[in-house]
Design a binder for this molecule. Structure first.
Ligand code: NAP
Length: 318
C-alpha cells in the first residue's frame, strides 16, 4: 500500500512538535501540504498555504487531513475538509460544542470518510489495561488530579481564555478522556465549581464531583493551572478493594502496588497507527463522552472569580 497523502491544518505547538515528526516517521503517511494563517519561516509540512480552503482546492491528491488548530474553528474546518472528500484526524478537544460534534460526525458518515477524534491520552497502553481490569468492577472512589502551571504549558495562547477555548479543561479533559475510557459506568457530573479569572471567559481551575452508583461513592476530579509542579494522576478504589493508580498522565498503571505498565509517551504514534487502520477498514472513532462531561460541568457548575495576576494571555478587564 502506498502511504496515505496527508496535510496538516494548524502548525502550532502540537502540529509542529507532535504531528509533523510522527507523520515523517510513519510508513503509512506522507506529508504533502500544510496550512496556517501566518506561515512558518522554514520549509516544513509540505507545500505551505495560508488558507486551508486554497490548500484543499489546489492539492487534489490530499487523502487525509489532521486538524491541529484551536477547537473553536475545528468544526467549520472539518466540514470543509469532509466536503472535499478527505479523511479527518481531529486534535482534542475535537470541537467546542456538542452540536458541532454531531454535525461533523453525520457529515463524515454521509461522505463515507474516516473521522478519528484523537483524545491522545486514550492511546496509552495503560489505559486499555485499566479498562480491561475495571470492566467487571464497580468503583467506590475516584480521585483525579490534573494540575500544571499554565505559564509553562500555554505561555502565548490567548485563545484558551476566550469563549470556546476550554481554559484548564484544555488539559484536564485529557484526564477526563481517560476516565470515560476506563470506567465501567458513565461519568456523570453531580456538582462542579469553575474559577474564572477576571478578563477571561474560561476557567483556570475546576472541581467536579461525579455521581457514583451508590450515594456513598466518592468520585472527584480537580484540575488547576496555578500549580508550579505538574501532577497528572488518577487513583481508583473498587468495591472489591482493588487499588488502581495511574500517574504520569496515565502512562503508568499500578494495581494493588504492582506496576503493570510504564510506557514512554507513544500517544501520537499510536494515534496515527489507529488512523491508518480506520482508513483501511472504512471506519471512524470518536468518543463524545469527555465533551459531555465538560458541557455538564458548564451547565450546572458554580462560577467563582479567580485572581488573574500574572496569568499569561488573560487580558484583565476585558
Ligand atoms: P497553538 O500553539 O496556539 O497552535 C494553533 C495553530 O493553529 C497555530 O499554528 C495557528 O496558526 C493555527 N490556526 C488557528 N486558526 C487557524 C485557521 N483558521 N486555519 C489554519 N490554521 C489556524 O495551539 P496548540 O497548543 O498547538 O493546540 C492546538 C490544539 O491541540 C488544541 O486543541 C490543544 O488542546 C491540542 N493539544 C495541545 C497540546 C500542547 O501540548 N500544546 C497537547 C495536546 C493537544 P495561525 O495563527 O498562523 O493560523
Amino acid at each position: 500500500m502506498p502511504p496515505c497523502r496527508i496535510a496538516v491544518i494548524g502548525l502550532g505547538e502540537i502540529g509542529l512538535n507532535r504531528h509533523l515528526p510522527v507523520i515523517a516517521a510513519h510508513p503509512g503517511f506522507e506529508i504533502v501540504a500544510s496550512a496556517k494563517r501566518h506561515p512558518v519561516a522554514t520549509a516544513i509540512g509540505g507545500v505551505q498555504y495560508r488558507d486551508y480552503r486554497e490548500m484543499l482546492a489546489s492539492e487534489p491528491a490530499i487523502e487525509a487531513v489532521a486538524i491541529c488548530t484551536p477547537p473553536d474553528v475545528r468544526g467549520r474546518i472539518a466540514l470543509d475538509v469532509i466536503a472535499a472528500g478527505k479523511h479527518v484526524l481531529l486534535e482534542k478537544p475535537p470541537f467546542s460544542t456538542l452540536g458541532a460534534f454531531r454535525q461533523v460526525r453525520l457529515a463524515a458518515e454521509r461522505a463515507g470518510v474516516t473521522l478519528l477524534g484523537g483524545w491522545h491520552s486514550q492511546f496509552n497502553l495503560a489505559v486499555e489495561r485499566a479498562r480491561d481490569f475495571l470492566a467487571d468492577q464497580q468503583v467506590a472512589s475516584l480521585e483525579m488530579v490534573w494540575n500544571e502551571d499554565v505559564a509553562v504549558y500555554h505561555p502565548d495562547q490567548e485563545w484558551i481564555w476566550q469563549a470556546g477555548g476550554f481554559g484548564v479543561f484544555d488539559a484536564g479533559v485529557n484526564g477526563i478522556s481517560i476516565l470515560t475510557r476506563i470506567l465501567p459506568d458513565p461519568l456523570v457530573v453531580r456538582a462542579a465549581t469553575l474559577r474564572i479569572p477576571d478578563g477571561a471567559q474560561t476557567p483556570i481551575a475546576v472541581e467536579i464531583d461525579f455521581a457514583g452508583l451508590r450515594e456513598e461513592d466518592r468520585l472527584h476530579a480537580g484540575m488547576d493551572w496555578r500549580t508550579p509542579t505538574a501532577e497528572r494522576t488518577i487513583a481508583i478504589v473498587t468495591r472489591s478493594g482493588h487499588h488502581l493508580r495511574m500517574p504520569n498522565s496515565g502512562r503508568r498503571l499500578e494495581i494493588d502496588g504492582t506496576v503493570l505498565v510504564d510506557e514512554a509517551n507513544l500517544e501520537y504514534p499510536h494515534i496515527y497507527d489507529r488512523f491508518a487502520e480506520l482508513i483501511a477498514g472504512g471506519k471512524s472513532q470518536l468518543d463524545e463522552w469527555p465533551l459531555v462531561v465538560v458541557a455538564d460541568a458548564y451547565l450546572i457548575g458554580r462560577t467563582l472569580p479567580a485572581d488573574a495576576q500574572g496569568v499569561p494571555g488573560v487580558r484583565t478587564g476585558g
